[in-house]
Design a binder for this molecule. Structure first.
Ligand code: HEC
Ligand code: HEC
Length: 171
């Protein structure tokens, strides 16, 4: 019968540990990329993900899901200022010409600091509202993951705002 010494056991264990770590990392990356089917049915009746929707479907999804949720959230926060919001709140004046590009140039540029230090310092209230409510609400409505500090990808502040010198974090 084969019997392994302490050293061999350790080597076998190391080999497996490496494999296990690889599996866990791949699973995490895969999980991080997964998106939910939030849209209208596509081929084979499977609902489309946000990434799969065309322009018309995206506009409809914005009107049906994003706009009402955002209207509720902003109105809760500052009832007078945000009594009536529309697509231009996030997309800016370009919506009249059909420009829905994000991130949007009419919004204030943010610092680019990963932990939002300058934002928390200068605008604690709006930063907390955005981080705790707007970002999760939007990620949910679009069926995508929220921004992760580890992967530096996902839906976050820079999905709407520009950084100091342009788009950041893959947006
Ligand atoms: C609360 C903010 C918000 C509001 C209000 C909003 N949008 Fe959007 N919209 C976004 C964000 C953020 C994206 C980018 C999503 C992403 O990461 O792909 C987007 C993307 C889009 C796109 C896709 C653009 C592209 O290049 O594919 C369209 C079209 C669009 N919005 C239309 C609308 C319309 C029409 C309305 C009003 C009914 C609206 N949006 C209201 C935040 C908003
Ligand atoms: C869905 C789009 C969207 C996302 C995501 C978003 N914002 Fe905003 N942000 C806006 C809009 C629209 C305004 C203008 C309305 C307002 O004053 O809140 C704004 C304004 C701001 C302002 C300026 C406030 C002022 O009074 O001048 C700051 C600061 C800000 N956002 C920080 C953040 C931070 C930090 C995050 C991420 C935690 C974030 N935003 C995520 C849409 C967004």
């Amino acid at each position: 019968m084969l019997s392994l010494g302490k050293k061999e056991v350790l080597i076998v264990y190391r080999k497996h540990l490496r494999f296990l770590l690889l599996v866990i990392t791949s699973a995490l990356i895969f999980w991080g990329c997964q998106s939910t089917n939030v849209g209208p049915p596509g081929p084979q009746e499977r609902p489309l993900t946000w990434a799969e929707m065309d322009l018309v479907q995206r506009k409809a999804h914005m009107r049906r899901e994003v706009l009402p949720a955002a209207a509720g959230l902003f109105k809760d926060w500052r009832p007078e200022r945000f009594a009536n919001i529309d697509c231009s709140l996030c997309h800016g004046p370009g919506v009249k010409k059909g420009n829905f590009n994000m991130p949007a140039a009419h919004l204030p540029r943010l610092s680019g600091a990963l932990l939002l230090g300058p934002e928390f310092e200068k605008h604690p209230e709006t930063t907390r509202l955005k981080l705790n409510r707007l970002v999760p609400m939007m990620a949910d409505a679009l069926g995508v993951k929220s921004f992760s500090i580890v992967t530096r990808r996902g839906f976050g502040c820079y999905s709407c705002h520009l950084g100091p010198s342009g788009p950041l974090f893959g947006n």
